[in-house]
Design a protein around this ligand. Structure first.
Ligand code: ATP
Length: 216
């Protein structure tokens, strides 16, 4: 089973990292692949560049063999669409290997605005992680998909290559990249919200308004 977990990771933090391991445990897989997405240029001025986000992810997962980074969306020119990524992976994995996409309810709520969203269940299973305060709107396409394609448990994902939706409710850390960027911009430390190596590198690069000479 091939499991991908996408996001902007601007920057990666312990909330992302814990979730990735919770998923590995819940699905009994030995690897979860983090897939950073391309950020449109108009967002770039406040965040980190693609290369910088990728570097921070690499540092964060360096000593964790269960976490991998897949930089295919950053290598593709222009905007990256999840459907293209799933299609590419499906080609690489062949028709029978289960492919799983992990997404939080905050992102999944607007699923029907993703490009070619209707094709996705034909390419992958979807694991929807419940995030506090981000319920799927009643009557939304996302809620309908969960209802109609609900998997009873993680085992169901191994028995087909795609098409099921599994809801998971693992323990989550209340951390957001927005909160980290805000703290740094305010001159406060985000220590313990993200690995020390990541925070050190953010400072060295002066990202998000960090002072390059700053301490923890
Ligand atoms: P931002 O604050 O910039 O929106 P974020 O911290 O929410 O960023 P993203 O990169 O947008 O992170 O999120 C990627 C994926 O990780 C999404 O599916 C999101 O639901 C999930 N996620 C983000 N933060 C957490 C967390 N603390 N615990 C579990 N999942 C999270």
């Amino acid at each position: 089973m091939h499991v991908i977990y996408g996001g902007t990771f601007d920057p990666i933090h312990h909330g992302h990292l814990r979730l990735a391991l919770e998923i590995a445990d819940a699905l009994s897989v030995t690897k979860v692949h983090l897939v950073p997405c391309h950020i449109p240029p108009h967002r770039g001025s406040t965040g980190a560049s693609s290369e910088q986000r990728l570097e921070l992810i690499r540092m964060a997962i360096e000593d964790e063999p269960r976490l991998r980074v897949d930089d295919r969306e950053l290598r593709r020119a222009g905007a990256s669409y999840t459907a293209d990524t799933l299609r590419q992976l499906r080609q690489e994995l062949g028709p029978d290997e289960p492919l799983v996409m992990v997404v939080g309810t905050d992102a999944f709520a607007a699923f029907d605005r993703w490009r070619e969203w209707a094709d996705m269940p034909g390419l992958a299973h979807i694991v929807v992680v419940k995030r506090p305060g981000a319920d799927l709107p009643v009557g939304s396409e996302a809620a309908r998909l969960v209802r109609e394609r609900r998997a009873d448990g993680p085992e169901a994902l191994s028995s087909a290559p795609c098409g099921a939706v599994l809801e998971l409710d693992p323990p989550l850390l209340d951390i957001s990249a927005t909160g980290i960027r805000q703290r740094i911009a305010d001159g406060r430390s985000p220590r313990y919200l993200t690995p020390d190596s990541v925070w050190q590198r953010i400072q060295a690069l002066g990202l998000y308004g960090a002072c390059p000479a700053g301490n923890f």
